[in-house]
Design a protein around this ligand. Structure first.
Ligand SMILES: [Zn+2]
Length: 120
């Protein structure tokens, strides 16, 4: 996957813009997901705007969009709902281009790809 997208930098810029709190105590790799999922992560972060949330991790793991956060009780249900909805979308959204995709096992790893990106 020739992927120049820097998800870590993008998350930091987006959270600064939305005034969301990142807690990347674990350093590099906490915000690591493919470019095709950027719009989905953008929707999750936008849904968190105005909520008291600490975001620890946003990663792709075997076809799952894994978001780890702590929200205060007043915000928690709304934030969890947004994460859940966009996680379901991620499981059918191409890693590369964001089109409708499906899960494939390639090299022992689950990837979500569309028909056009499978052979790239
Ligand atoms: Zn694609």
């Amino acid at each position: 996957m020739a992927d120049k997208f820097n998800s870590d930098r993008w998350v930091r810029e987006t959270c600064r813009r939305l005034n969301l709190d990142l807690c990347d105590n674990f350093g590099a790799g906490s915000y690591d997901f493919p470019q095709g999922w950027k719009a989905l992560v953008d929707s999750i972060l936008t849904a968190m705007r105005g909520c008291k949330v600490q975001i620890f991790m946003i990663r792709e793991d075997h076809g799952l969009l894994d978001v780890r956060m702590v929200a205060d009780p007043a915000s928690e249900l709304a934030v969890l709902r947004a994460i859940y909805v966009y996680q379901q979308w991620a499981s059918v959204t191409c890693y590369c281009c964001g089109s409708r995709g499906r899960k494939l096992v390639i090299g022992g790893k689950v990837r979500v790809l569309c028909a056009g990106c499978i052979n790239k």
